[in-house]
Design a binder for this molecule. Sequence first.
Ligand SMILES: NC(=O)CC[C@H](N)C(=O)O
Length: 304
Amino acid sequence: MDYQKILDTIYEEMSYRDVKGKVASYIPELAKIDRRKFGMHVYCGDQQHFCFGDSKEDFSIQSISKVFTLAMAMRLMGEDLWDRVSVEPSGDPFNSLTQLEYEHGIPRNPFINAGALVISDILVDQLDDPKQELLDFVRKITGDPDIKYDEKVAASEKATGYRNVALVNYIKALGNIKCDVEPIVDFYFHQCSLAMNCKDLAEAFMIFANKGKILKTGEEILKPKTVKRINALMQTCGFYDEAGEFSFQVGLPGKSGVGGGIVAIHPDNYSVAVWSPILNEKGNSELGMKALERLTTLTGVSVF
Ligand SMILES: NC(=O)CC[C@H](N)C(=O)O
């Protein structure tokens, strides 16, 4: 299959001019991003790389980081993790508080903010230096020792992150948070601020397409069973209240972030990352979703 030809077709067909959404502005630092940015990178199981556009420019990965922290928490806690966070799609916006009230502080899944904040609590509680260990983990699976937090983005979110602070306080009141609120949100705002490009993300997510092993070295990072669980969660919960639509249009497990990135994988076949900062009403990259729909249509390769 000529992936480069398919990517070139997608790049020619699509433009930021065709979508009507807005760049995220509730985190002031993200509002500064140029809405014309558009890049894509495909990493195949035979170690071939294909890309277009702004695929080598770093952006804020935001909620894509929730997949990394979930993987770290599963390595620490195994199946006991599911006592703290559930595995059902929420059907609600990513930052919603409502279900917690009648579900006793157990978030629906690890990819909505409530669930990711419980995961942050676990990592802050169990690791000596969680920020450094997350960096080490991401650098290792990506093979890029230069990946960093964007301190400006972290500070910008800290200054405006009232909902996330409210979520941690609320879950703590309901008995499902152990640590103090401040270090939990500090860790969470930093994980969201990780600056990576499409190539980095496609390389990092290859472990989820390769049964938990780094493709280049063969080193096992996650057990195949862990990967099965994370991919199931990406499929059912990776796009919040648009998870059904993403499955319907694209047909791959994936994860989005309000920085405009989307990563998706096809088990045993490829990982792909796309970036366009223009978001639809559900907070997912509008052009990114369209590009991935074209990718699975033109290649004929999706999980369905
Ligand atoms: N969907 C997202 O990417 C949200 C992440 C963002 N940092 C927040 O907590 O609001």
